[in-house]
Design a protein around this ligand. Structure first.
Ligand code: ARG
Ligand code: ZN
Length: 422
């Protein structure tokens, strides 16, 4: 039994075998009905070290609520037998994880795809292509777009953000949006890129974009967790955290969205580096967190809105995650988020839940959303993009376009509101 766990843990694939890494893995959907079932599931997930997709921690499993678990191939039969023994019914959500992973990573990449005129926004892109895209987009739109240095990652890669500003003498306020704080949520960086493309394509003709660009500058960080994102392409598609070594390099990764200085370390975190929600050794212990936080602090009087894009679950989340106490402007925050969700739904009928994180999703401390609001940025939201669990973190590339189109409507609704208010 232990031998099985060990062999799964040591199956560290080289670059080429990545696509085979999940061969035979399945994602199961379970709704436990009784407390006994909850307990058994918690036990199963912790002892077999299963990859919980929803919720993120065994402690957050509740009767009557959806559970999505990725089960490694060698354990699939054992887990199913154990569920049957405890009369827990389950449904296979993703019968072949490997196939979906494979389909979302194009086999060959030719050079022309990386040039911005022909950049393919309906595919996922590895980090080197996103770097090239950033410099191309600034080159081709130099009157509007500037690429700026933000900081360095743990593995010493450079973080850049893009500034989109319409030239004028007016002093303008700022909208911040970051993507890719969690490595495996690939739809998020795809959205940041889509967003930039849409703004640049349409700012002259679209009255809404035209209006808010008079008052606002847009600051976009396409991939916050660059090291993690690369790792999710090259080594482990379901990597979430950054790549900081802990415990003498025996353990890797801080959850950057638990590492901000907002009730750091208090709820919905782990102090164990093995955990998916390890909060780091202290607030802003990670260079990626510090790069973002120092920049935002420096500009905080000008930043009106902080948006951070994740997947999955289809939520627009308001502060706070660390307390159920509502923020002072909670009514307005909710009102604007509801407008955004309504606009989103009009496109393809996709339904989003809107509300305070701690009440509608889970408790978490040290999130960037909470922190941004606590330092005085009035509008602060987390987006959890598609889907609801059908594909989870492996949203097929065919859904990039519809997801980005609908999300665009939500995000521009928020920006337009903020721009008209100030
Ligand atoms: N991106 C989310 C996070 O920050 C995922 C949580 C909600 N969805 C889920 N499938 N668990 O943790
Ligand atoms: Zn996330």
């Amino acid at each position: 039994f232990l031998g099985i766990i060990f062999s799964v843990g040591t199956l560290i694939p080289g670059k080429l075998s990545l696509k085979l890494q999940y061969d035979g893995d399945q994602v199961l959907h379970i709704v436990p009905e009784t407390f006994q079932q909850v307990q058994h599931l918690q036990h199963l997930c912790s002892t077999l070290l299963l990859d919980l997709w929803k919720p993120l921690q065994p402690e957050d499993i509740w009767a009557g609520e959806d559970l999505h678990i990725r089960v490694p191939a060698p354990l699939v039969q054992e887990v199913k037998d154990s569920l049957a023994q405890h009369m827990i019914s389950y449904r296979v959500l993703i019968p072949d994880v490997h196939k979906l992973v494979d389909q979302s990573m194009p086999r060959e990449r030719s050079n022309h795809r990386q040039v911005s005129e022909s950049y393919v926004y309906t595919q996922y892109h590895p980090m080197e292509e996103i770097y090239q895209w950033m410099s191309q987009i600034q080159k081709n739109n130099s009157e509007l777009v500037t690429q700026h240095y933000l900081g360095k990652t743990t593995e010493n890669r450079t973080m850049y953000y893009l500034q989109i500003s319409q030239p004028s003498d007016k002093t303008k306020k700022i909208i911040w949006m970051d993507c890719g704080i969690h490595a495996r949520e690939w739809i998020s960086p795809a959205f940041c890129q889509w967003f930039v493309k849409e703004i640049l394509q349409n700012y002259k003709s679209d009255p809404k974009i035209n209006r808010f660009l008079q008052n606002l500058d847009l600051y976009i960080l396409p991939v916050l967790n660059i090291d993690g994102y690369i790792y999710s392409w090259e080594k482990d598609r379901f990597w979430r955290k950054n790549r900081a070594p802990y415990m003498n390099g025996t353990c890797y990764g801080t959850d950057l969205n638990r590492n901000f200085n907002s009730s750091w370390g208090s709820v919905g975190v782990s102090y164990n580096c093995d955990s998916e929600i390890f909060c780091g050794s202290g607030p802003e212990s990670e260079p990626e967190t510090r790069a973002v936080a120092q920049f935002i602090k420096r500009k905080k009087n000008d930043i009106l809105c902080y948006l951070t894009i994740h997947s999955y679950g289809q939520y627009i989340l308001t502060p706070y995650g660390s307390t159920t106490k509502p923020p002072s402007n909670s009514e307005e925050l909710m009102h604007v988020a509801e407008k955004a969700a309504a606009a989103l739904m009009e496109k393809y009928g996709t339904s989003y839940k809107v509300g305070p994180t701690s009440l509608i999703l889970y408790n978490n401390s040290g999130s960037s959303r909470d922190w941004a609001h606590m330092i005085g940025i009035p509008f602060s939201y987390t987006f959890e993009l598609r889907d609801n669990g059908t594909y989870g973190f492996v949203l097929p590339p065919e859904q990039i376009q519809p997801t980005c189109e609908e999300t665009m409507l939500a995000v521009t609704t928020i920006i337009d509101y903020v721009g008209q208010k100030y």
